[in-house]
Design a protein around this ligand. Structure first.
Ligand code: GCW
Length: 637
């Protein structure tokens, strides 16, 4: 690799060149964790002597770890090999953050911390913004072994413990990962196993027909059931610790049980029955909606779909099915309420799905701190008793996200997008961590401990979600993007399409009334959550247009009219990006050139994008309303 690119490649696992640690001797467990520990300490300076004792103990619960003692005498214990490994990474990370005394007890809140890759077997990545797949190349499994190991290390260092390797949009070719290509998947599993990471394979719902040559894939057909059993036995013989299968069915033109007159539960259960003997899980996605809506149809309301399909099936899913619910009812927009399915369905196991890849959030050209959004999502109430954070580790046992990596040297394209992957792992491990905490950790591990460098970076990253939101679609309305690639503004791009995503702006008002007087979406929530959204006064203002249709002269709490709010935020969004550029320029000379220059170039791209958003949105609403900006700023007419 080009020497100049090593910084980005190492991401948050930089050598601690300026750190001083004792010259350690090691005792206890001498397995993989010790190897990783030695590697983590390798470039640090030594002074004096010290000892580190490593052990796996059944006194701790699996995956957990403790670190105790002082710099000269450290004891790291894990509840299992993976727990010990997390302890080792945790210890090295704490050294980078200047810790010298250790009294650490760590246990992951969510047992399953999962990344989904949307990698196609062609080598391209659906919604990928940082190069090609790390797993596939030219229609086959294809990878660079060293790179996969380094990737596994990055993921394990933040506690990820399961990954699906192929896109949920499974093709007839990628369907063969459970048959013809299985020997190659075995090799990938071998790379990730020592790092405590188990693989998941996305499977095609119609595999019995496509791969098995059966006439149907009907889940109630006996031959279909026995086909799945046979294939599962074959797969688990090859990869006994495979975590399970992931399925996208009846979604966006993909067949599924409903196509065959069966329920989502019947579809999931036929696969679950085949996986059950191996203790494996079916991850069944809930992203099911009518993607052939007529825009004239105002009775159908897409956000209601997942709940309508799944809620009545509570109690019907087998024990080894986890339903995987997108965090919001739409689709990873900048601002959405939480899905009303979350925390509901008492008898059904649940996972929450996020996107680390920045599909609607700037595509790793624009800076966007997802951690800030996740913190808000965790804060939101979902049931009468709990917010999302409180459900994780209880009702919600899996935290899942779509990966943002590819084969670009620095993994994520935008160097600062590494913060999102880091934050995801850390917040899945512990959703009580704040965006500020995880961003600071990431910044210190990546850029070193100098506050003059770290503080401005942390500040800028934390502001980035709000800045992006300001120049994007206003107040939770979403979707005003180019319909194909989802980057950049196209206000009516989705407006007359079949996707069920309408803002319905006219000359007097904008938004869809989703209250009980409107589409009734709010009634899917628990009563006090419903009441909050139902009423304009109590609905959080930043999401007002998700729930309410409002006139442009509607007065917000600040006293601004809605139209003036739209203008103001769009001017402010551009100013925010200009501020990022200034901040970044102030760090010139303090950062490795390899970090400084490409990030600067991305910030310039972001500025162009923000200006485009500002001008398109402001013109659009000026033309609809004829209202001038009260502050007399330039709006293209
Ligand atoms: O929003 C859509 C994305 C698709 C994706 C789909 C999903 C994998 O644009 O690219 O398909 O969501 O989550 O299944």
């Amino acid at each position: 690799m080009d020497k100049n690119c090593e910084f980005g490649y190492r991401a948050w696992l930089q050598p601690g060149k300026s750190l001083v640690v004792p010259d350690y001797t090691f005792s206890g467990d001498d397995g993989f964790a010790l190897k990783e520990l030695k590697r983590g300490l390798a470039k640090m300076n030594e002074n004096g002597h010290g000892v580190i004792d490593l052990s796996v103990t059944s006194d701790l619960v699996p995956q957990s770890y403790t670190i105790t003692g002082s710099l000269e005498d450290v004891v790291i214990k894990g509840g299992c090999e993976a727990g010990l490994l997390y302890g080792v990474y945790g210890f090295v990370a704490r050294l980078h953050q200047g810790h010298t005394d250790f009294n650490v007890v760590e246990k992951p809140v969510a047992a399953k911390r999962i990344l989904n890759h949307w990698d196609n077997i062609t080598g391209k990545i659906e919604r990928g913004y940082s190069g090609n797949s790390l797993f596939f190349k030219d229609g086959k499994v294809g990878y660079n072994l060293k790179r996969l190991e380094d990737y596994a290390r990055l993921l394990a260092s933040v506690g990820i413990n399961e990954i699906s390797i192929n896109n949920v949009n499974v093709t007839t070719e990628s369907a063969k990962l459970i048959t013809d290509y299985l020997p190659d998947v075995v090799k990938i599993a071998d790379v990730f196993r020592p790092f405590g990471i188990r693989l998941i394979i996305s499977v095609h719902f119609e595999s019995p027909a496509i791969l098995g040559g059966l006439e149907t894939s009907d889940p109630l057909d006996a031959e279909v059931a026995s086909w799945w059993k046979k294939v599962a036995a074959h797969v688990y013989k090859a990869i006994p610790d495979l975590a399970g299968f992931l399925v996208k069915a009846d979604s966006e033109f993909r067949a599924g049980p409903m196509t065959l007159g069966r329920t989502q539960a019947e579809g999931a259960n036929v696969i679950a029955a085949a996986l059950a003997p191996f203790g494996a899980t079916v991850y069944w996605r809930c992203f099911v909606y009518n993607c052939m809506q007529d825009w004239r149809d105002t009775a159908t309301d897409r956000p209601k779909a997942a709940y309508d399909y799944f809620y009545p099936l509570d109690g019907q899913f087998d024990d080894n099915v986890i339903i995987q619910i997108k965090h919001g009812p739409s689709d990873f927009q900048v601002r959405e309420p939480n899905s009303p399915l979350l925390g509901n369905m008492d008898k059904t196991r649940q996972g929450i799905e996020f996107q680390v890849t920045q599909e609607y959030t700037g595509q790793q050209k624009d800076l966007y701190a997802l951690a800030v959004q996740w913190e808000e999502i965790f804060d939101h109430p979902v049931t009468d008793k709990a917010n999302t954070r409180e459900l994780i580790g209880n009702k919600i046992e899996a935290v899942v996200a779509v990966a943002n990596v590819g084969d670009d040297t620095n993994w994520t394209g935008h160097l600062l997008a590494q913060a999102n992957l880091y934050a995801y792992g850390r917040m899945a491990w512990n959703p009580n961590l704040t965006a500020e905490e995880v961003t600071r950790e990431w910044a210190m591990l990546t850029f070193g401990a100098d506050p003059a460098v770290i503080n401005p970076i942390v500040d800028m990253v934390l502001k980035s979600r709000s800045v992006y939101e300001k120049y994007n679609a206003p107040l939770g309305i979403g979707w005003m993007v180019n319909i194909n690639h989802h980057y950049g503004p196209s206000v009516d791009g989705y407006e007359y399409m079949k996707w069920g995503t309408y803002h319905r702006a006219d000359t007097t008002a904008i938004g869809v009334d989703r209250t009980t007087a409107g589409t009734g979406y709010t009634s899917q929530y628990h009563p006090h959550v419903q009441a909050m959204y139902e009423n304009k006064e109590t609905c959080p203002e930043e999401i007002l247009l998700y729930f309410h249709r409002l006139p442009y002269d509607y007065k917000l709490k600040s006293g601004q009219t809605l139209i003036q709010y739209i203008y103001d935020t769009h001017f402010e969004g551009v100013e925010g990006v200009e501020g990022f550029i200034k901040t970044w320029e102030s760090l010139k000379g303090l950062l490795p050139e390899e970090a400084y220059t490409p990030v600067k170039a991305r910030l310039q791209l972001q500025l162009t994008n923000a200006i485009e958003w500002r001008d398109v949105i402001n013109s659009y609403f000026y033309r609809k309303t004829g209202s001038l900006d009260a502050k007399g700023r330039k709006i293209y007419t």
